[in-house]
Ligand binder design. Structure first.
Ligand code: HEC
Ligand code: HEC
Length: 166
């Protein structure tokens, strides 16, 4: 069992404070350029976290997440490095947030942030849509069925049904 512990200081306190101030901006505020800049700064913040976390699981990247991490209920058989990639690209990017929307930065197994529980409901919903509903659709040209991901609905917003973003 690998104990994941990231000192907040290691993330660079000033940069982190800036990015969090930006993360607190209202969803979809400002021009498309302002939103793109916000996405970039969140992406940079997450890249640092990802690099550090990947270093802590070195040698165990391909083991199932349940063996490498402490509190994985749904993505148990997902290889550890794929779980991290999902967190970064699928979840955070889809919602336009950084990791701390669902986690306390150096306590990844902690369950106290409400969005972590909400995300589990969403993971199960996406699984049900894909495995029960979309398999009733005609197959696509490549032979597979259509699928939804977090990005299908969220498109960079935490609460996707509240406004239309051009
Ligand atoms: C939208 C919410 C959400 C975001 C954003 C998110 N996570 Fe997660 N994370 C989860 C959920 C939910 C789980 C537990 C999955 C399960 O139970 O199968 C999890 C589990 C983890 C774990 C396993 C912790 C353990 O020991 O059990 C790590 C590590 C992790 N996330 C890192 C990250 C990082 C790094 C980021 C940012 C790049 C991130 N997460 C962004 C929701 C999120
Ligand atoms: C079918 C559309 C759809 C898909 C796919 C989807 N979501 Fe959602 N999600 C929603 C809706 C609708 C809400 C509720 C928004 C609101 O509160 O107004 C929501 C809310 C959330 C919230 C709570 C946000 C908040 O600030 O309260 C989280 C976290 C979340 N989704 C994560 C995910 C993750 C992670 C995935 C992929 C595994 C995902 N969602 C896939 C539609 C979707």
């Amino acid at each position: 069992m690998i104990v994941i512990s990231l000192a907040a200081a290691a993330l660079g306190a000033a940069g982190l404070a800036d990015a969090h101030a930006q993360a607190a901006m209202p969803q979809a505020a400002g021009t498309p350029e302002m939103r793109a800049a916000r996405r970039d700064s969140l992406g940079r913040l997450r890249a640092e976290t990802m690099t550090q976390l990947l270093a802590t699981i070195q040698g165990h990247e391909d083991e199932p997440a349940r063996k490498v991490f402490k509190s994985v209920q749904l993505l148990r058989d997902t290889p550890a490095k794929e779980l991290l990639a999902l967190m970064d690209t699928s979840y955070s990017k889809a919602l336009g947030v950084d990791c701390t929307s669902c986690h306390i930065a150096d306590k990844w197994a902690d369950e106290s942030r409400p969005n972590k529980a909400k995300a589990r409901i969403m993971i199960e919903m996406v699984d049900a849509i894909n495995s029960q509903h979309l398999v009733q659709m005609p197959r696509k040209r490549d032979g597979g069925y259509p699928t939804v991901t977090c990005i299908t609905c969220h498109r960079g917003m935490a609460t996707p049904n509240q406004m239309l973003v051009p």
